[in-house]
Design a protein around this ligand. Sequence first.
Ligand code: 5RP
Length: 324
Amino acid sequence: MADLDGKSSEKNKEFFTSVPQETPGFFLKGSHQYDWGLKNRLSRVFHPKDGRTLMLAFDHGYFQGPTTGLERVDQTILPLEPYVDCLMLTRGIQRAVVPASTQKAIALRASGGTSMVSPMEEWEGSYGEGKTIKLGRPGYEPLSNESIACSIEEAVRLNACVLAVQVFIGSQYERQTLKNMTDLIDQANRYGIAVMGVTAVGRAMARTPQYFRLATRIMAELGCHLVKCYYTEKEFDTVTSCCPVPIVIAGGKKLPELDALKMSYNALQQGASGVDMGRNIFQAEDPIAMVQAVQQLVHGGLTPVKAHNLYLELKAKKKGARKK
Ligand code: 5RP
């Protein structure tokens, strides 16, 4: 035992007695008092250099089946993987399609149990696009009647950093979906995994700042580590300001590319910590160009117009390459 023999190394030791050990804070809103494992997982989702994230949401199949753009996830989504921080998906797609060698953080869909053919009654689901969905049949369970759809052991096996749970504030099943969330939080806290409450918007609820302030704050108060909600044209800064944990915005229905970039930019300027975007990326005319434009907007400091120019350039380059 060289160190214990009393002669060899005493004089070579350096104790830095005059240098106080640093006690650094943590970069992410409301997350400075968590344990190491949870902070480490959050640092894989949100980039420590700017506190932001680009999450790619492609879990839509959990209640919609093969959504446009997601018919073959291996063909359309895997090429986007290099440009994002986090993959938001279901365990089925993760196991069947996503290579276990990925270095990207995983946000695992952990609630479910209803589908597009459940009756829609007053709810449209998280997609809240203002349309009446005519697939509902009387007597079926409403969309908001979700359960926890993934055990904590599965989440650990799948190396999830985040568990995503749908919460339907104001719906018939509000209480149950909040209970799904708090049960998951209790389980996830044991293992240092984050829980993201996903705001589901029903037709009965206007997409107002008041509604999102209420919904996101309730989820944060009940223990969510991050919250997903929609952007509002007005007063979005009040939504982010009174939510004590990071907010990421959902992309929502497909918009023209420039509009999607403007929405993301405005949300970030008003305190969002990132975007969790699906259709506005994978349903873009050129999804690989779009994901790079969003990435440069989130992390590269591009304005919406510059990011859109980048999109157009990349799209044109690809078209040119195809013609040759
Ligand atoms: C389902 C979800 C979806 O993953 C996500 O919101 C869909 O993303 P987008 O609206 O951008 O297509 O959370 O509720």
